[in-house]
Design a protein around this ligand. Structure first.
Ligand SMILES: NC(=O)C1=CN([C@@H]2O[C@H](COP(=O)(O)OP(=O)(O)OC[C@H]3O[C@@H](n4cnc5c(N)ncnc54)[C@H](OP(=O)(O)O)[C@@H]3O)[C@@H](O)[C@H]2O)C=CC1
Ligand SMILES: O=C(O)[C@@H]1CCC=N1
Length: 281
């Protein structure tokens, strides 16, 4: 089914590229059936065309009757412009996936014609290597067949979880933004390694392998993170000293706050859009 699907990305930034890269590498949709458009940066379209063998074109040149699925991948602030520019050219069978943080399905449905099929999606940039943790929440008019199609497409870029839309903010705080927390952690660990005179490339590789190993242990062993942590922690050993310092320096609280504040920001973006609907109605 997806082999015959044509996808148009509106937005050609880092999230669009991560998804395109994952989808093309997996071969689930032929590259020449993926179209990408943006606002004005033609160089960027050229770059993506060359890199992935996809098609790049201006928004005005999109042939709607040839497109099955649109992926909205611009910033949340641009949603009104984009939806209004699509609205009258869309047919009922067109499916819209939006990866925009904080923009609800009901907000999009209010702008579009009644019955338009919309699914809110929260991937992360690990889509590029097929390792995203992606959530989806369906709008009110989506068919079961299109939910299955969406899951199949997104499984090519990682694992997919269908969740209630009111959990989308916290999912965004944990998994959408999540890779950045681990990169930050790795940056800190790299600094420590450099201070101690470790070769930077070796340090980077060994830190990434340590995080990867820990994540895989959770996935493969079936044990809880708490049990696995206890396995590492010998009484009065090195890990106990490290964990004590983490607790004393607010490590746990810092991680909780990162996820909660990102979720709060996602909610805040949603509330700005709700205000706008009220004003314009
Ligand atoms: N980055 C991430 O890790 C994640 C991002 N997201 C969501 O993905 C979305 C995009 O984020 P990101 O890729 O980081 O952003 P970028 O700033 O990298 O990219 C934004 C893109 O949108 C394009 N654009 C702006 N206006 C329009 C328009 N009217 N029509 C078509 N394209 C337009 C821009 O084109 P031009 O350059 O020509 O202006 C640009 O290509 C955001 O809504 C974000 O919430 C979701 C999950 C994770
Ligand atoms: O920072 C952001 O707003 C986007 C959404 C999730 C990850 N990046």
């Amino acid at each position: 089914m997806l082999q015959k699907t044509t996808i148009a990305f509106l937005g050609a930034g880092s999230m669009a590229e991560a998804m395109i890269s994952g989808i093309v590498n997996e071969g689930i949709v032929p590259a020449n059936q993926i179209i990408v458009t943006n606002r004005s940066n033609e160089e960027r379209l050229k770059e993506l065309k060359q890199k992935y063998g996809i098609r790049g074109m201006k928004r005005e040149d999109l042939q709607f009757e040839q497109i099955d699925l649109f992926i909205l991948a611009m910033k949340p602030k641009d949603i009104d412009n984009v939806l209004l520019s699509l609205k009258d050219s869309l047919k009922e069978n067109h499916l819209l996936l939006s990866v925009l943080a904080g923009v609800t399905t009901s907000y999009m449905e209010n702008i579009l014609h009644e019955g338009q099929q919309v699914i809110r999606v929260m991937p992360n940039t690990s889509s590029a290597i097929g390792e995203s943790a992606t959530a989806i929440s369906k709008g009110s008019s989506v068919t079961e067949a299109n939910i299955q199609l969406t899951k199949q497409l997104l499984e090519s870029i990682g694992k997919v979880y269908e969740i209630e839309e009111d959990k989308m903010d916290i999912f965004t705080g944990l998994a959408g933004s999540g890779p950045a927390y681990f990169y930050y952690l790795m940056e800190q660990m790299e600094s420590v390694a450099a201070e101690a005179g470790l070769h930077v490339e070796t340090a980077r590789e060994m830190i990434a392998q340590t995080i990867l190993g820990a994540a895989k242990m959770v996935q493969i062993s079936g044990k809880t993170p708490a049990a696995l942590r206890e396995n590492v922690t010998s009484p009065n050993g090195t890990t106990a000293a490290g964990l004590k310092a983490l607790a004393e320096h607010g490590g746990g609280e810092a991680i909780s706050q990162a996820a909660k504040q990102a979720a709060r920001r996602s909610k805040e973006i949603s509330s700005q859009f709700i205000e706008k609907v009220k004003v314009t109605n």
